[in-house]
Design a protein around this ligand. Sequence first.
Ligand code: HAM
Length: 416
Amino acid sequence: MNDVLPADTANWRRMLDAVQVVMDSYGYQEIKLPIIEATELFKRAVGEVTDVVEKEMFTFTDNEKTSMSLRPEGTAGCVRAGIDHGLLHNQQQRLWYYGPMFRHERPQAGRYRQFHQVGVEAYGTIGPTTDIEVIALCARLWKQLGLLDLKLELNSLGSAESRMRYRDVLMDFLRRNESALDEDSRRRMNTNPLRVLDSKHPQTREVLRAAPQMADSLERKCREHFAAVQAGLDALKIPYVLNPRLVRGLDYYTRTVFEWTTDQLGAQGTVCAGGRYDGLVAQLGGGDVPAVGFALGVERLILLLDKQGVRAPLAVPHVYFCWLGRQHRGLAMRCAEELRDAGLRVMLNAVAQDDLKKQFKRADKSGARIALVIGDDEAAAGIVQVKFLREDRPQAAVARSELSEVLAGLIPRIHS
Ligand code: HAM
């Protein structure tokens, strides 16, 4: 599990602010989903013979002897919620979510056991428009964040029927080459042959170079759909590369699948991935509702923002409030509250015993531009000393009643 420290949380907030802006601009609405669901849901949705379900779920039995799992992804729960609340029946939904996901993988840079996704799921449209729209939404988010050099990889897995057909053709090929495959692929071959295409094993990859192509098994409608998605991306000037080996690690996909990748993050280069999953809603007991979506890995995108030097500034306090003498604590705190009422970010010294030198040290560390001081003399005279920490400017005594006005003049963009 990964801790996110204060130095990084500003980047997270910036990312989520950008997400909110982009979601609003496409009319997607946020849905909040539970972190724990019945294990059965993930088995049915993600697929029994996937790494995620076979090896990576955090699963436990609850008090009612039901097997529950921490969610490894958000799509299954989103469909479950959509069916439970009747959101998918005869209507379109454009939804997004944000939150932690859990996979028991070997941790490394960019791969964690608790990570965060922003996911998008659109329900109820069968044509290529929504495939194009969700990809355009990603592209807009990269632009909004200032991210460069993300590569869009695209493939079509076809309908369930063309996948079955391809499965047979591929099985034939794999059987003929079985002895040259690695052990994992030999096992996979009989349960989920498409996943063999995903193998990272060098020798298996060599064998797969001669494997039949999925594109040749697509039926006419799927080919037309895929061509229309590509034409739509061309029209929007969103570059992509076709990757016939792109199969995805989850079983629910049909037709369009895509991944946004970068070579700046080493092995964990996929920052966002998704596709169409027209059969899943029916498979989980809902109606015949087509769907398309994606999820992006927040940690990976933050790493990439860092690599590309895009860092959000931390929100430093506008003023640091120093006070001397326990008897003035009430006055200092009241005064600080008034300044906050006026929109200032105020950090108040927290230790009554600190001498002024120590307080100025803390003020300097806080990043504030201005320190305010109240001691015996100031309290008696109804004033506050204003000291500039980062400019060569004389200290000034300001009446308490005029303090927020004077500070507002000194800090022109209070809400920045
Ligand atoms: P996924 O490809 O399994 O798809 O995950 C999406 C993204 O989550 C990955 O591209 C990656 O950025 C991030 N991610 C996955 N595992 C980890 C990890 N262990 N540590 C850090 N980041 C990780 C899905 O989850 C689908 N539900 C996406 C989707 C939504 N398809 C349709 N709708």
